[in-house]
Design a protein around this ligand. Structure first.
Ligand code: ADP
Ligand code: MG
Ligand code: MG
Length: 249
């Protein structure tokens, strides 16, 4: 599904990604861990095609297409979804309008008609229940005044409506209490299927008790320096990242 080869990227003339390799097959969940400033969020932003990131080398294949050659909207329409560490607030635009516009854009790119308002409202209400978000959140401004946990639930709601092929979750656990964490994990687990893949960026092994990954990778100084199964996350929690740097050196 996703094949990243020797990816290099700069932000403000500073090299952040420095020869990163990663292969994600359909249905797999990959966790990416690593110290602060390693380039985890940068990886997500580069894959999503966000402005301000300059790719200086490498290749990214997404379902047989050159991802780096696609506009950000095109990437989203082809099934890539990035859940940000800090979701944006869009006051004045209702959550419902925003979600429907996103869903209709994706449907249009697949040659499907826009949903009727009635059908969409029904679907959105159902999905609200699934992520434990009261329905009046559909009427509020996008993320406006939402708590950390509510923003994450809202993001999950968006993900459920868009049905992406590859979801990238960047520190979805930061600022969540245990109950909210469980809701997010349940939502992600409900979305797991043999065709859909996830890249879960997290600082804490705790989230991986709920979202059990197939692979765990350590990102350090812009590249993946170690990969393993979920037991690697437990080792990291116990011993930190220092020993891997030493091992690699
Ligand atoms: P992580 O998510 O692993 O904590 P980031 O990808 O956010 O790391 O950041 C990697 C490095 O890139 C950091 O040193 C950070 O300061 C730098 N960086 C990220 N975004 C910018 C930016 N917009 N301008 C300048 N430096 C940036
Ligand atoms: Mg960080
Ligand atoms: Mg980050």
């Amino acid at each position: 599904m996703l094949n990243i080869k020797n990816l290099q990227a700069k932000v403000e003339e500073k090299t952040i990604l420095n020869g990163l390799n990663l292969e994600v097959k359909p249905g797999e969940v990959h966790a990416i861990m690593g110290p602060n400033g390693a380039g985890k969020s940068t990886l997500g932003h580069v894959l999503a095609g966000r402005d301000g990131y300059e790719v200086t080398g490498g290749e990214v294949d997404f379902e047989g297409r050159d991802l780096l050659d696609m506009e950000a909207e095109e990437r989203a329409q082809s099934g890539l979804f990035l859940a940000f560490q800090y979701p944006v607030e869009i006051p004045g635009v209702s959550n419902m309008e925003f979600l429907k516009a996103s869903v209709d854009a994706i449907r249009a790119s697949r040659g499907q008609d826009a949903m009727t308002s009635m059908d969409f409202i029904k679907l959105a209400r159902e999905r609200c229940k699934a992520v434990d978000l009261p329905q009046d959140f559909l009427k509020r401004g996008v993320n406006e005044g939402f708590s950390g946990g509510e923003k994450k639930r809202n993001e999950l709601l968006q993900m459920m409506l868009l049905e992406p092929k590859l979801c990238i979750l960047d520190e979805t656990d930061s600022g969540l209490d245990i109950d909210a964490l469980q809701v997010v994990a349940d939502g992600v687990n409900a979305l797991r299927n043999p065709e859909r893949s996830f890249i879960v960026v997290t600082h804490y092994q705790r989230l991986l008790d709920y979202i059990v990954p197939d692979y765990v990778h350590v990102l350090s100084k812009g590249r993946i320096i170690k990969s393993g199964g979920r037991e690697l996350a437990l080792e990291l929690e116990k011993h930190g990242y220092g020993w891997i740097d030493e091992e690699v050196a």
